[in-house]
Ligand binder design. Structure first.
Ligand SMILES: Nc1ncnc2c1ncn2[C@@H]1O[C@H](COP(=O)(O)OP(=O)(O)O)[C@@H](O)[C@H]1O
Ligand SMILES: [Mg+2]
Length: 253
């Protein structure tokens, strides 16, 4: 099977420190791939490299066999890469569904800012966009929140709203940076079920997450980082029983 994304000897250095160091891996289509590791292991840096926010210091990233060097995040979004952020990026002065509509607009427009500036024409014109956004809100379990303001929503609902917005751009590969952070056990279970449903729709998921129970339940494969390097990679069961992982990460957590 061809990889949807491949990293080859990927390195990112900040002020002499390798946040990501000579990392190679492949992401197979249709799977849920998790990336775990202690704080500071390089997980967010890795997502920022893969989605075009950072330029690698060394190494290559291939999306469906073509090198992504020099491509801006919006260009990678057009190639089918979507993401959510570790810290919520919801526009509080737009309704919930408008936030999702902006996600769809992101794919069509060059830049987020221009998407915001054109929101009036989105409001007036694009029924189809609104219908698709409403369908996504139902998909993530927010059908009752469509016309609410984000300020009225629970934190768990906002996390799912971010997932709906990312899906609105119709990504083939979706990066989720700690989608369960700050959620209670029930909300975390719901996010886990949602991740499996996203994968069942054919979207490949890359999940960065601290909640080990969630990671073990939803992942097909797990990549463990430590000091920016690969410590282990395998199925959840193999990772749980890997002595290096147990001592470096699970044991020290
Ligand atoms: N923009 C940056 N400038 C300097 N150092 C950074 C920057 N981003 C991350 N780092 C450093 O890189 C390492 C990895 O950080 P990060 O990718 O945020 O880890 P994680 O998401 O696994 O907690 C840490 O040592 C962090 O301090
Ligand atoms: Mg992080």
């Amino acid at each position: 099977m061809n990889a949807i994304l491949e990293a080859v000897d990927l390195t990112k250095t900040f002020g002499g420190v390798d946040a990501v160091s000579q990392l190679s891996f492949a992401i197979e289509p249709g799977h849920v791939h998790s990336i775990i590791g202690p704080n500071g292991a390089g997980k967010t840096t890795l997502i920022n490299l893969l989605t075009g926010i950072y330029t690698p210091t060394a190494g290559r990233i291939l999306v469906e066999d073509s090198d992504t060097r020099g491509l801006a995040p919006y260009e990678l979004a057009r190639k089918g890469l979507g993401r959510t952020f570790q810290n919520l990026q919801i526009c509080m002065n737009m309704s919930a569904i408008e936030n999702v509509m902006v996600g769809r607009h992101l794919r069509l427009n060059r830049r987020f800012l221009s998407a915001l500036l054109h929101l009036k024409s989105v409001r007036a014109g694009d029924r189809d966009c609104r219908d698709k956004a409403a369908e996504l809100m139902r998909f993530v379990g927010l059908e009752r929140e469509i016309d609410r303001q984000p300020g009225e929503l629970s934190y768990g609902a906002l996390k799912r709203l971010e997932i709906a917005r990312a899906l609105a751009a119709e990504p083939r590969l979706l990066f989720l940076d700690e989608p369960a952070a700050g959620l209670n056990a029930n909300e975390t279970r719901d996010v886990g079920a949602l991740i499996r449903e996203v994968a069942a729709r054919g979207v490949t998921v890359v999940l960065v997450e601290h909640d080990m129970k969630l990671v073990m339940e939803v992942s097909d494969t797990v990549l463990v980082l430590n000091y920016g390097r690969r410590l282990a990679q395998g199925t959840p069961r193999a990772i749980q029983n890997d002595p290096d992982v147990v001592s470096a990460y699970l044991g020290g957590a």
